[in-house]
Design a binder for this molecule. Structure first.
Ligand SMILES: Cc1cc2nc3c(=O)[nH]c(=O)nc-3n(C[C@H](O)[C@H](O)[C@H](O)COP(=O)(O)OP(=O)(O)OC[C@H]3O[C@@H](n4cnc5c(N)ncnc54)[C@H](O)[C@@H]3O)c2cc1C
Length: 547
């Protein structure tokens, strides 16, 4: 099914959350329209082949599916790789809200394709923020132009969510460089044929480093060294996975022949801090992957529901009805669209907080944007399968691919469980709870402005849940963490949806947004807040009942 770029929805989201200070709405709309055209015409048609043919591996090389390389070249030539790169190194330095808008379009059109730019973007940020001027001058221009791509190498077989057990080693070579060795697993686009060089950012441990996460350093390890020689690293295999067949997930071996040459980024033993510079943006952008998948799944389901005829809808006197006329199908479609819009606004609001350098707000919103948007992506993709009936389970329809592709999103870039823990252990305590207080206050203002008494009441209940969360033992807070994250995300999204609806007024967009906001408040938020209360009120042994 063809992809229709949701340009108007993206523009409404941009207007709602602000963040366009540095550019005109007209320019933003032109960029989004162009990105949408590229996504629909060049990337969407390749998504199916990405799934059915998939990447192939032979003797250390990875071959992407036919058409992929060309699409990547065209994407770079059109300037899309440089959207948010720093201007000093050839980037366009557009605000994060524009990166988010464009990224949604790439992800909706072709999730496997969009992964490489996401990781390259993260690597660019870490280099720009922490590397030496020489490294920046050598690597950033080509990475921003897309001629070279980037990767993030954190995961090892024994070390996933918990990076304290990393074993990858680094030794000082005596000339300012390092020799990196060890095995990394699940490295996205660790090897491929789309770019001239691949710049790996690798977390490793110096032999004299302290144990745990305080002894981890970050290294830049290029596939090809500045003198053109091949570095001592290789891809030993690619994974066969549930989805994302167009994106190579590689096992990378560093230092088989004595050590891969690497350059330190930031200071020794401060690698995690450097990595976390890019992690926030990367987390948000994974949330945006969720929005993209949800948008595509929603479009697919609407198209099928308008076309497929079964049964006779209540009130119809003759003939078969399109399934979109059946109330239960309408409910599914409403849920899909409402959750997609909720996630879009949440991600856009996070980006706007980043653009406005409202650091505490951005830090608080990032785990919400990542976890909520990726969870709803799986739910919406699953609903798309349901709307298609049996056809949804058959691969040709495309809905099954979206569900398979989406399933990784709640897992990588910090599982959603880790996001929830980050929220209740750290983020809601930021500035002694001031960031959360300010967020809830601004939601209250938005909801009161449109006289949404129900949502204001739910907000007050959720606020007391958060207050309780600060009082209870950490284990109990963690037990409720995913639920609190879910309810808080819905609440923030509902406030933005109400604002968007009132900004759009009585236009068709405004009327639709009102019903989407109603669905989120009355059919979702009510239940989510009640579940928070219920979990918090469980008897003390609650968290210990699994053994
Ligand atoms: C397709 C794909 C692409 C990937 N790309 C990359 C990449 O480019 N670079 C890279 O470095 N890695 C990558 N990864 C790895 C990915 O980030 C990890 O799989 C992820 O971080 C989880 O680690 P794990 O698999 O070891 O799971 P585990 O850490 O073993 O987690 C298993 C379960 O336990 C839960 N859990 C673990 N610890 C806690 C805790 N403290 N609190 C609460 N719950 C907890 C988790 O939430 C999860 O549900 C990729 C993985 C896949 C499948």
């Amino acid at each position: 099914m063809s992809f229709v770029p949701p340009t108007a929805d993206l523009m409404l989201a941009l207007r709602t959350v602000g963040g366009l200070d540095s550019m005109s709405e007209q320019d933003a709309e032109t960029i989004i329209a162009e990105a949408g055209r590229f996504a629909a015409e060049q990337l969407a048609p390749l998504s199916r082949a990405g799934d059915t043919i998939g990447v192939t591996y032979a003797n250390g090389t990875v071959t992407t599916v036919p058409g992929w390389r060309n699409a990547y070249r065209m994407w770079c030539e059109a300037g899309w790789s440089s959207v948010n790169g720093p201007a000093d190194f050839g980037g366009q330095d557009l605000p994060m809200v524009m990166t988010v808008a464009c990224a949604e379009l790439w992800n909706a059109a072709n999730l496997s394709f969009a992964l490489s730019p996401l990781l390259t973007n993260g690597a660019i940020e870490a280099i720009a923020a922490h590397a030496t001027p020489e490294l920046k001058a050598h690597y950033l221009p080509k990475m921003i132009a897309g001629t070279w791509t980037g990767t993030m190498n954190l995961t090892e077989p024994q070390s996933g969510s918990d990076l304290s057990g990393l074993r990858c080693r680094a030794e000082r070579a005596g000339d300012g460089t390092y020799r990196v060795s060890g095995t990394k697993i699940y490295i996205t686009y660790g090897e491929h044929d789309c770019s001239e060089n691949i710049i790996h950012l690798v977390l490793a441990r110096l032999s004299d480093a302290p144990p745990g996460t305080r002894g981890i350093s970050l290294f830049l390890v290029p596939k090809f060294l500045p003198d053109g020689r091949r570095n001592d690293l290789r891809c030993s295999a690619i994974e066969h996975k549930l989805g994302l067949h167009g994106s190579p997930t590689c096992t990378m071996i560093y230092g088989d022949g004595g050590g891969a040459t690497g350059w330190l980024i930031g200071e020794e033993n401060r690698g995690l801090t450097c990595m976390f510079t890019m992690m926030n943006n990367a987390r948000l952008l994974v949330g945006v992957q969720g929005v993209g998948v949800a948008e595509r799944a929603t479009q697919m389901a609407f198209a099928y529901a308008r076309e497929r005829k079964q049964g006779r809808a209540v009130g119809r006197s003759e003939g078969l009805s399109a399934i979109i006329e059946h109330p239960d199908v309408k409910r599914m479609l409403l849920e899909m669209r409402s959750k997609t819009i909720a996630a879009r606004l949440l991600c856009m609001a996070t980006a706007a907080a980043m653009d406005g350098a409202r650091h505490a707000e951005a830090a608080l919103l990032t785990p919400l944007a990542k976890a909520f948007s990726t969870d709803i992506a799986v739910e919406v993709a699953s609903l798309a399968v349901q709307v298609h009936g049996g056809m949804g389970y058959i691969e040709e329809a495309g809905a099954a691919q979206l569900l398979r592709d989406a399933r990784i999103l709640p897992i990588y870039e910090g599982t959603n469980g880790i996001q929830a823990a980050d929220l209740v252990v750290r983020k809601i305590r930021l500035d002694g709870g001031a960031a959360l207080g300010a967020l809830l206050l601004s939601c209250t203002h938005e909801l009161e402005a449109v006289s949404d008494a129900k949502a204001v009441h739910l907000l007050a209940t959720l606020k007391s849940c958060c207050h309780m969360l600060l009082q209870v033992a950490e284990n109990r807070a963690l037990f409720c963490s995913t639920q609190v994250l879910r309810a808080l995300s819905m609440l923030v999204a509902a406030a933005h949806m109400r604002k968007a609806a009132s900004m759009a007024g009585d236009t068709p967009e405004g009327i639709a947004m009102r019903s989407n906001a109603d669905f989120i408040v009355h059919a979702c938020l009510v239940g989510e807040v009640a579940r928070c209360e219920a979990l918090l009120a469980m008897p003390e042994h609650g968290p210990d009942m699994v053994s």
